[in-house]
Design a protein around this ligand. Structure first.
Ligand SMILES: Nc1nc2c(c(=O)[nH]1)N[C@H]1C(S)=C(S)[C@@H](COP(=O)(O)O)O[C@H]1N2
Ligand SMILES: [Mo]
Length: 564
C-alpha cells in the first residue's frame, strides 16, 4: 500500500470507530436509562471505590472537590476510557482487515473480511469476559430493582449485546460501508473476485504446487469520501438520543442532595421527610419500580424465598421510631435524622426462610450494587426491619424507597437502601466502606451537641451573647440503640456541670432533645460551653476528641461564645 492509501484506510477506520463508539455510548445509555444496567464507566468506579484506603479516598475528595466532584471525575474518566478504546479499536481494525493474510483468507459474512470479523468478535468477547470477571461484584446492580441473581444475568447479557452488537458489528458494517472494494491488480494471477480458502494450493507456471500465496484475492478497500461524511452524520444522529437521555440522567443526579445535613436552630425531633439527611455513593440513585422489584432471601436458609412489594405490604406492619446517623458525622454536624418507620421485622423473613446452623452474617444487596453485612444476631434482633414507609409517607426514593433496611444501633452505612437481596452466609464479608478500612465497630459512640443558638463550624455561636443575660441553649444527644439516661451542661468548659430539661425523650433507639438556661457571665470575653451525656447502660460519653475515621467520632461538643 502506498502511504496515501494507508492513511486513507486508517481514516476510514477512524470514522468507523467514531460511528461504533457513538453506537456503543447509545447502547450504554439506553441500558442505563431503560433497563437499569450500570454502564462500565459507572460500574468501574463502583468496583474500585471500596478498594481504596480511607486516606486515598479522602485525598481524592480534596483533589476533586468533595465526593460529588470525585463522582463526576470517575464517570468522566470512565467515559473517556471507553471513547479512547473505541476509537483505537477502529484505527487498529483496518490493519487487521487489510493485512496480506486477511486478503488471502477472503471475505466472510456480510462481505466483511474473515480476519476482521474474527478480530472484532474475538476482541469484544475477550473484553466482555474481562468486564464480567473484573466487575463481578457490581454486576448485581439493577437500578430498576431486580434481585441480585437476575440483575447479574441482565447486566451480563446487556454487556454482551452492547459490546458485540452495539460496538463490534457496527464497526464492521460501518467500515464495510464507507469503503468500496476495488479489484486487485490485473497482473495478479488470481482473480480478484475469487477469494481462496486458507489451505488451498495453486498450480504454478512451473507445474508444481505451492501454498496459496495469491496476493490480492480480497478486493482492496478504497475509502469513499462521500460515505465517510455520511458516517460522521450517522455518528451525530446516534449521539442525539444519547445526549437527551444523558441530560435526563444528569437531571436525576444526586449532586443536589448527597451529603446534605439536617442541622441548624430549627431542627425538629422528627425530621420532615423532605429534610432528612442523605448520603449516597451514586451519581444517579436507583429508580426502583415496585412492579419489577423483588427481594431475594437466599444463602444458608432452608427455603430460599422471593418477595414482591405486595407480599411485604401484606405482612402485619411493624412500626418503630429510630435515629439514623452516618459514620462520617462529626460531633455537632447534621448527618443524622430521626423518623418513624413502618415495615416488616427482618427476623420475620429470616424465620420464614429458616436460617441454617453455622450462619454468621447477613450480606445485604442494594439495587445500586451496594453491599454491606452484619452479624446474624443483629439481623434477628426485633428492632432490625425492612422499611417501606417513613413518617407515614411512602419511603422517599432518595432514602431508599420503595424498600430499605433499618438497623438501629449501627451507623447509616449498614442501613442498605433500595434493598434487593438478603444472603445468609457463614463467613465474614466486608461492606462497601468497610473494605476501605472503616470500622470494624459500627456502633455509634454516645454524643451530645448544641443546635441553638446557631452554631457555626461546629465550634462557635454565630452571634455574640449579651453579658449578664440568661439565655436558653438547646441540644440533642444520641447513643445508637442504647438510649440516653442523662445530659448535663457545662458553662465553663467542663469545670462545673448543671442538669438540663428533657424536651423530647424519644426512645432507646432515638436521639433525645434537651435545653437549659445559661446564666451568661457578666464579664465580656470568650467562654466555652459544653455538654455530656450518659447512655442507657450507664456509660458516660467519652470526653476526648476522636475524628470520624475509621469508626465514628467521639468527644465533647465544645462551643465558644463571645460575650459582650
Ligand atoms: N444501597 C445503598 N445503601 C446505602 C448507601 C448507598 O450508597 N447505597 N449509603 C449508606 C450511607 S453511607 C448512609 S449514611 C445511609 C444514608 O441514608 P439516607 O440517605 O436515607 O439518610 O444509607 C446507607 N445505605
Ligand atoms: Mo454514611
Amino acid at each position: 500500500m502506498t502511504t496515501q492509501r494507508r492513511l486513507l484506510t486508517l481514516g476510514s477506520g477512524l470514522v468507523a470507530g467514531l460511528v461504533a463508539t457513538a453506537s456503543l455510548i447509545l447502547f450504554m445509555i439506553v441500558g442505563r436509562y431503560f433497563l437499569g444496567v450500570t454502564p462500565p464507566p459507572e460500574a468501574i468506579p463502583d468496583r474500585t471505590a471500596p478498594l481504596l484506603s480511607i486516606e486515598t479516598f479522602f485525598g481524592l475528595f480534596n483533589d476533586y472537590g468533595g465526593y460529588n466532584g470525585l463522582k463526576k471525575f470517575g464517570i468522566q474518566a470512565g467515559t473517556t476510557g471507553v471513547v479512547v478504546a473505541g476509537l483505537l479499536a477502529g484505527l487498529v481494525y483496518p490493519l487487521i482487515a487489510e493485512s496480506v493474510r486477511a486478503r488471502r483468507a477472503g471475505l466472510g459474512a456480510l462481505g466483511v473480511p474473515k480476519h476482521g470479523l474474527r478480530f472484532i468478535l474475538g476482541a469484544t468477547l475477550v473484553l466482555w469476559l474481562a468486564s464480567v470477571i473484573f466487575l463481578w461484584p457490581v454486576l448485581v446492580t439493577s437500578f430498576i430493582g431486580l434481585p441480585p441473581f437476575d440483575a447479574r444475568l441482565v447486566t451480563m447479557g446487556w454487556y454482551l449485546v452492547t459490546y458485540v452488537l452495539g460496538y463490534g458489528v457496527v464497526l464492521l458494517l460501518a467500515y464495510r460501508l464507507i469503503t468500496a472494494r476495488i479489484p486487485a491488480t490485473n497482473a495478479d494471477p488470481v482473480r480478484a473476485s475469487t477469494p481462496l480458502a486458507g489451505g488451498a494450493t495453486l498450480a504454478t507456471e512451473h507445474g508444481g504446487t505451492r501454498p496459496a500465496i495469491a496476493r490480492h484475492p480480497l478486493p482492496v478497500a478504497q475509502p469513499v469520501g462521500r460515505r465517510a461524511v455520511l458516517g460522521l452524520i450517522v455518528t451525530g444522529i446516534l449521539l442525539l438520543p444519547s445526549w437527551s437521555l444523558f441530560r435526563r440522567l444528569y437531571g436525576m443526579a444526586t449532586f443536589s442532595y448527597d451529603g446534605r445535613p439536617y442541622s441548624g436552630p430549627d431542627v425538629q425531633p422528627i425530621t420532615p421527610n423532605t429534610q432528612f439527611y442523605s448520603v449516597t455513593k451514586n451519581v444517579v440513585d436507583p429508580r426502583v419500580s415496585t412492579d419489577l422489584w423483588r427481594l431475594d432471601v437466599f444463602g444458608l436458609v432452608n427455603t430460599p424465598r422471593v418477595y414482591s412489594y405486595e407480599d411485604l405490604l401484606a405482612v402485619t406492619p411493624y412500626q418503630q421510631e429510630s435515629t439514623l446517623m452516618c459514620i462520617s458525622n462529626r460531633i455537632g454536624s447534621g448527618l443524622m435524622s430521626n423518623a418513624v418507620w413502618t415495615g416488616v421485622q427482618l427476623r420475620t423473613l429470616l424465620n420464614e426462610a429458616g436460617v441454617q446452623d453455622g450462619a454468621l452474617e447477613v450480606k445485604l444487596y442494594g439495587a445500586d450494587g451496594y453491599v454491606d453485612t452484619f452479624a446474624i444476631e443483629k439481623a434477628t434482633d426485633p428492632t432490625t426491619m425492612l422499611v417501606y414507609s417513613m413518617n407515614g409517607e411512602p419511603l422517599p426514593q432518595r432514602n431508599g424507597g420503595p424498600m430499605r433496611l433499618i438497623v438501629p444501633g449501627l451507623f447509616g452505612e449498614k442501613n442498605i437502601k433500595w434493598i434487593t437481596g438478603i444472603e445468609v452466609v457463614d463467613y465474614d464479608a466486608k461492606g462497601f466502606y468497610e473494605q476501605q478500612g472503616w470500622g470494624p465497630n459500627f456502633a455509634p459512640y454516645t454524643r451530645s451537641d448544641f443546635f441553638s443558638p446557631r452554631v457555626v463550624s461546629n465550634t462557635r455561636f454565630a452571634d455574640p451573647v449579651r453579658a449578664g443575660q440568661t439565655i436558653t441553649v438547646k441540644g440533642r444527644a444520641f447513643a445508637g440503640d442504647r438510649g440516653i439516661r442523662s445530659v448535663e451542661f457545662s458553662p465553663d468548659d467542663g469545670q462545673t456541670w448543671q442538669p438540663v430539661r428533657v424536651t423530647y425523650p424519644g426512645t432507646d433507639l432515638t436521639w433525645l432533645y434537651w435545653e437549659t438556661d445559661w446564666a451568661v457571665p457578666s464579664q465580656p470575653g470568650e467562654y466555652v460551653v459544653t455538654s455530656r451525656a450518659v447512655d442507657g447502660t450507664g456509660a458516660p460519653q467519652i470526653a476526648e476528641f476522636q475524628d470520624t475515621v475509621p469508626q465514628g467520632a467521639h468527644g465533647y461538643h465544645r462551643v465558644t461564645a463571645t460575650v459582650e
